[in-house]
Design a protein around this ligand. Structure first.
Ligand code: APR
Length: 235
């Protein structure tokens, strides 16, 4: 670790699983309970906005009842104590990284607690429901949608992510299956750019072969152990 200064961490649903938030592709996971085509595409929103708004209203309410787990807390500690560059790129739309205290966080798939006005393009913090079509806080039009990147839409801040990958000495992937691009390709980008790569996941991901090292187990365990390895025991 002595020559590691710049770290990029990618997190996925697995980091929030032990907080009681369903992952997407596990048995009984979200995409078994709901068809992606019905709730997570712009076409679905066009076709049946009530179904989509109800789905995200339910998720937005649910995440506000959950708490960060030891993995979120360990990453927040790393964020606070790591003197070098650090960026936590999360695919997650919950706010558990921030509620654990992490600050250097980038939500590439959007956030549940944010809404996007399709009339004036403004984004606003939001904790309530959308099914009753409330007015946009900025323009007053009833044109709000969840601020979530749906399948077929471009993830957010890709330039910032690639700039961080270009500089990275270490790329760490936590709690993601490696099933969805462009996030699933970051490990290869990081490798090609000379970074060391580490996977921390419950089981081998689809891209596990691209990592220099992989440690498998629950995030609350493997992430806490890894952070303690770097920073030493909490004081
Ligand atoms: N600790 C560590 N890893 C875990 C845990 C845990 N407690 N529980 C599950 N995992 C791992 C699983 O082994 C799996 O590899 O987390 C991964 C979760 O995979 P997915 O459900 O596919 O979620 P994710 O990779 O985040 O999905 C990527 O797909 O549906 C879209 O936009 C959505 O951001 C999401 C993207």
């Amino acid at each position: 670790m002595s020559d590691i200064r710049k770290i990029v961490i990618l997190t996925g649903a697995g980091v929030s699983a032990e907080s009681g938030i369903d992952t997407f592709r596990a048995e009984g996971g979200l995409w078994e309970q709901h068809r992606v085509e019905d709730v997570a595409t712009p076409e679905a929103f066009e076709r049946d906005p009530d179904l989509v708004l109800r789905f995200y209203d339910m998720r937005r309410e649910a995440i506000q009842t959950k708490a960060p787990n030891a993995a979120h807390l360990a990453l927040a500690r790393l964020d606070a104590e790591w003197a070098g560059d650090l960026l936590i790129v999360t695919q997650n739309v919950d706010d558990l990284h921030e509620r654990a205290g992490a600050r250097r966080v980038l939500h590439m798939h959007g956030e549940h607690l944010s809404v996007w006005c399709t009339a004036c393009d403004a984004r606003s913090r939001w904790t309530e429901t959308l099914i009753e079509r409330p007015p946009c806080p900025e323009c007053g039009k009833p044109a709000l949608r969840p601020d979530i990147v749906w399948f077929g839409e471009m993830p957010y801040r890709m330039d910032d992510i690639f700039a961080a990958l270009e500089d990275a000495d270490l790329f760490v992937s936590i709690g993601t299956s490696g099933a969805v691009y462009p996030a699933a390709g970051f490990v290869r980008n990081a490798r090609e750019l000379g970074a060391a790569t580490l996977e921390l996941n419950l089981e081998p991901s689809q891209g596990t072969g691209w990592f220099d090292e992989a440690r498998h187990g629950p995030a609350t365990q493997v992430v806490s152990d890894w952070v303690e390895e770097i920073l030493g025991p909490p004081r």
